[in-house]
Write a protein that binds this ligand. Structure first.
Ligand SMILES: [Mg+2]
Length: 439
């Protein structure tokens, strides 16, 4: 992908995380911003008809559907309901009290003391997500599951079968409402960027179309912070440069922003002009992951080695399970340790042969943990595996423990089969049962 705009909606690329230095750079004020009305939207020959489906308050809505008594209550779903967790999703009633995703649970309890706090149930959400995408695929074969509660559909060649783009969106919303019992907002646009922007404009339960003709009145007038992919810091820097709306940004010459923001500068201007060529990537076309990892924040900072190793064991089981599910094994094991004062270190070790069994991952991670300084209580642990290869790739097996390994592999396969059938918590390592952390 040579054209940087092709990657603008690529979820692996996060604009907001890029460090941008503005020191000693002139502002955009000299870019002679023309009035917005002078913008004449040109039809992009690459225009398609894209739908963006965004489930409304997804986790909270799924919980409400499962327990109808919650219908008129503020509902907040959290990783766990302990003090150190954050709210993962808040329904619209809870949002009226100022609670939103990312609000620490202690703050949420203060803002909305009579609200219902629930521990999230990821399996329910994943199951609903799979059903959502099954419904989407009855409207177009080109569906991209963008996140657990968002999907893109390319209906360029199928919209006529349902009476047109709006009618397709209406039928899709109705199916989701009837079959899943959930509300969603749908955006329609000539590309993923504008479809995604459109779905946000009339939440909840919205249906919004943004065409190129709407760009001057409905896109360029939005505050700069609403440009998809812009982080809070980048938005602040742009505002400081006099760029307050998406329309202002669209007027800034590529060269000016390139000087200030480097390679992402021209991408920002393209996005502000509603240009986005990023393709729909279906499940079959998703690139293989470069690494698989899990992390966990302890309920309380601790120096207790036994407890930390138990958490590590739980993390390694999760990583192993995900590796095997994806048909991968990996050679590099990385351990991340965050101390009570938030300093974070990361240590990696690369093995001779790829591994995918929980026990092998734990041995490697524990060996790294052994060498890490424990001068201070630990707040967070993370484990990831990289340098991935397909599981079928030939492995180097020691002749002496070949039989023991074959037995361990068979036992792991049985355990995986039980979890496939009865859920992830059907089998957990014995040490974790006694540990009061919910990894
Ligand atoms: Mg959503």
């Amino acid at each position: 992908m040579n054209n940087p705009s092709r990657t603008f909606l690529d979820r692996r690329f996060t604009l907001g995380r890029r460090a941008v230095s503005l020191a000693g750079v002139a502002t955009c004020e000299d870019a002679a911003l023309a009035p917005l009305s002078s913008f004449a939207p040109a039809r992009d020959p690459a225009d398609r008809i894209i739908l963006h489906v965004d489930m409304d308050a997804f986790f909270a809505s799924v919980e409400q559907r499962c327990a109808p008594g919650l219908d008129d209550k503020p509902v907040m779903v959290c990783g766990n309901t302990q003090a150190r967790s954050v709210v993962a999703a808040a329904n619209y009633l809870a949002r009226e009290y100022g609670v939103k995703a990312g609000t620490p649970i202690t703050t949420a309890r203060r803002l909305c003391p009579h609200g219902v706090f629930l521990t999230g149930n990821p399996e329910k959400y994943v199951y609903t997500c799979i059903r959502l995408n099954d419904i989407c695929r009855t409207f177009s074969p080109r569906v991209e599951s963008f996140s657990i509660d968002e999907s893109f559909l390319d209906i360029t060649t199928t919209a006529h079968l349902f009476g047109g783009p709006i009618e397709t969106a209406q039928a899709l919303k109705a199916r989701i409402r009837t079959e899943l019992g959930l509300a969603c907002s749908v955006g329609i646009g000539p590309n993923k960027l504008l479809a995604k922007t459109a779905s946000k404009l009339e939440k909840p339960d919205g249906l919004t179309r943004l065409t190129r003709a709407d760009i001057p009145t409905r896109y360029h007038t939005l505050p700069i912070a609403k440009l998809y992919g812009i982080g809070a810091q980048t938005a602040k820097k742009l505002e400081a440069l006099g760029v307050r709306t998406i329309g202002h940004l669209a007027q800034v010459p590529h060269a000016t922003l390139k000087r200030i923001f480097g390679i992402i500068g021209p991408m920002l201007v393209d996005a502000a002009n509603g240009i986005d060529h990023s393709p729909i990537v279906t499940d079959d076309e998703q690139p293989d992951p470069k690494s698989v990892g899990n992390g966990y924040t302890l309920h309380a900072d601790t120096r207790d080695t036994r407890k930390l190793l138990t958490v590590l064991l739980g993390l390694c089981s999760k990583v192993g399970r995900r590796l095997r599910k994806g048909g991968h094994a990996g050679r590099t094991v990385t351990l991340v340790v965050r101390y009570a004062n938030y300093t974070t270190i990361s240590r990696a070790h690369t093995l001779e042969a790829p591994i995918a069994l929980d026990r092998d991952i734990f041995h490697a991670a524990a060996a790294i943990f052994d060498r890490v300084r424990r001068h201070m209580a630990i707040r967070y642990l993370g484990v990831s595996i990289s340098k991935l290869v397909p599981t079928e790739a030939p492995r180097q097996l020691s002749l002496f423990d070949a039989q023991a390994r074959t037995q361990l592999q068979a036992a792991t396969r049985s355990a995986d089969a039980i979890r496939d059938r009865y859920g992830e918590h059907a089998l957990i390592p014995g040490r974790l049962v006694r540990c009061k952390e919910d990894i």
